[in-house]
Design a protein around this ligand. Sequence first.
Ligand SMILES: Nc1ncnc2c1ncn2[C@@H]1O[C@H](COP(=O)(O)OP(=O)(O)O)[C@@H](O)[C@H]1O
Ligand SMILES: [Mg+2]
Length: 362
Amino acid sequence: MDKETVLNILRRVKYPGYSRDIVSFGLVREIAAGGGKTEVALALSSASPEVPERLREEVLAALREAGAPAPAVTVENAPPARATGGTGAGNTAGGTPQGGRELPPARRPDGVRRVIAVASGKGGVGKSTLAVNLACALARRGLRVGLLDCDLHGPSVPRMTGLEGRLAFDGERMVPHERFGVRVMSIGFLVDEETPLIWRGPMITSAIRQLAFDVAWGELDALLVDLPPGTGDAPLSLAQMVALDGALIVTTPQPAAAAVALRGAALFPKVGVPVLGVVENMSWLELPADGGRATPFGAGGGAAVASALGAPLLGQVPLDERVRAGGDDGEPVAVAAPESTAGAAFAAIAGALAAKIDLAPA
Ligand SMILES: Nc1ncnc2c1ncn2[C@@H]1O[C@H](COP(=O)(O)OP(=O)(O)O)[C@@H](O)[C@H]1O
Ligand SMILES: [Mg+2]
């Protein structure tokens, strides 16, 4: 019996409580068939302890019924994590039928311990800047870090990390680019910058699925996910597919910006993902004359968003030419000038995040 035949048998097995099958849910990790044996490995992220055993039995029964020789089934279950000090119990969005559609359980990519989204309802506040610099700062702390760019319309991570070009393929999956000790995946590596892309709901879902799961991440202590602004399809698709351990919300100090930033945060508590903290960006501008601070964008936005979400303000990052230039030149300030005020701010945020959620290697 060959792999394809086994896969077709597995297509008849439904996920417990759902009408969709385990193959379309993406739970089949490996099939070894032929030579008188049939081995199936499943991987899932279920909070319910009965689900793995029940699935194992149902798959075994289906294989036996179809006459598969010497069937053996293993099920690896990595339940959604609880964030220490967080408010939620990990992402349950995937298991929750929404809008009448039944969804597969969310899971983490293979080898990835923690997944943290960087989000805001507002564009241009520095989500990508934070995601890139935080990834670099975490790598400088000795952690194995990945960065997933989920901004399909305007991927800025390639430029900000100075990475470009085609991805290698290891025969099965895409191999992420790597720089500053950070493994990076972006739609920008797959399509050229000039090609205008029109993404619709299902395409967004499938692009994010591939960028998250069809990638040889290797072992990662933390995977940061850079989201596009707003409350569109991408954050929800991500939360439904990827078991998120928490979200960071970015805002600027302006009250008007804070209100918009906050809207982008509303999704996370709804799907059981804790907001781990708020980062205020462009908080002040250091005056070259006397080292005093100007506050061109006002003050208080970060604190306001943090208090509205019941989450801590993890840090404030100054408005600094070096942050902008670091992004444009692909030399993030967290690496190029870690001692600068902005560089130190990113390092401190990395420390606060690591203290808030267990990011240490297993
Ligand atoms: N603290 C900062 N100081 C100076 N420029 C910044 C700072 N944060 C972000 N920028 C710049 O602002 C622009 C928007 O930031 P970006 O991270 O792309 O925002 P978002 O991802 O939220 O849309 C970029 O050009 C970036 O370099
Ligand atoms: Mg961005």
